[in-house]
Design a protein. Structure first.
Length: 313
């Protein structure tokens, strides 16, 4: 009797689902894909019901185009051809975040420099700030080529565009470029102003919502003293693409050449040729793809390890 009742309820639910128009289901799946906190939030709905219609609508171009970055927060050890195909389907549907994530994976992990840069450029043309900044880092380093392939002016232009869209790392990088006259006419005052602005935005990004005034900030700083040699500002949430890079190369042995990684834990980029990244001029033990990563790692970690008073290079 219990088994028959369970079958009847299941049949009634199936009938209700079958009666829903495709537009409503697609709208629900769009909301789910855009707000998913991890890939399983979205993938599991396709696996929960053995329903060809739901699986078909879950892979509808509109649903894939709305998927948020956390939907692509794929573990490196779970990488497979089907995962690659899913990201490519999202790219084909016009998803900008998928363009960036797959572009970074192809460029750095799969050695597909041309296709990876092309995907990032596709996202950059739609004003995707992380893509603009990543392309700027490639131009600054001449990644994928030789030292002669560096284009500092192009790097500065890409940084400026990303900074105008609110990208904190690009804002900090642009500040150092102006301060040092790197790829642009030197303007120390303007450069320092941008660095202060980047630090302020970074602090606002990581502070809890309860901090709304200067007195709240003082209270929070007193309750959360920095670690020895560290700073008050905790690390920002890492973009899924950079987390994938960190996991991918973290499972491999370090060394010279293309296995040398940026020492900032939230980056994940690796050298595409020997001696591509800058090194700490004091200890020589850490490598950075950019001045922005060097400044961040200095505040979060390396200041205590290096034992000097500031970054030298």
């Amino acid at each position: 009797m219990f088994h028959m009742k369970k079958q009847r309820i299941s049949q009634e639910r199936s009938d209700l689902f079958d009666g829903l128009p495709d537009d409503i289901i697609i709208s629900i799946l769009c909301k789910l894909s855009s707000t998913a906190r991890c890939p399983s939030d979205f993938i599991n709905i396709l696996l929960t019901y053995v329903c060809k219609r739901l699986n078909r609508l879950g892979l509808h171009p509109l649903v894939l185009s709305r998927a948020g970055p956390k939907t692509f927060s794929i573990k490196a050890n779970n990488w497979s051809e089907s995962t690659h195909r899913f990201l490519q389907n999202c790219v084909n549907s016009g998803n900008i975040e998928a363009c960036y994530t797959l572009g970074m994976i192809r460029y750095y992990c799969l050695q597909g420099r041309r296709s990876g840069a092309s995907l990032m450029a596709k996202a950059a043309m739609k004003s995707h700030a992380p893509s603009l900044y990543s392309l700027a880092v490639i131009q600054f380093n001449g990644s994928g080529g030789s030292k002669d392939d560096k284009d500092l002016r192009a790097g500065v232009a890409l940084c400026a565009r990303a900074a105008s869209l609110g990208h904190i790392d690009a804002l900090r990088e642009l500040g150092y470029c102006l301060q040092d006259g790197y790829g642009v006419s030197q303007n120390v005052a303007e450069g320092r102003g941008l660095l202060i602005q980047a630090n302020a935005r970074e602090l606002a990004c990581v502070l809890p919502a309860a901090v709304r005034s200067s007195s709240d900030l003082v209270t929070w700083l007193c309750q959360n003293p920095p670690p020895v040699g560290g700073c008050h500002v905790p690390a920002r949430e890492v973009h899924p693409a950079h987390r994938f890079l960190t996991e991918w190369f973290g499972s491999r042995d370090g060394g010279s050449g293309p296995d040398v990684r940026c020492s900032h834990s939230g980056c994940g980029r690796t050298e595409t040729r020997r001696n591509e990244f800058r090194r700490c001029s004091v200890c020589g033990a850490v490598n950075y793809c950019s001045r922005g990563c060097q400044a961040l790692d200095w505040k979060l970690r390396h200041k205590a390890e290096c034992g000097t008073h500031g970054p030298r290079n």
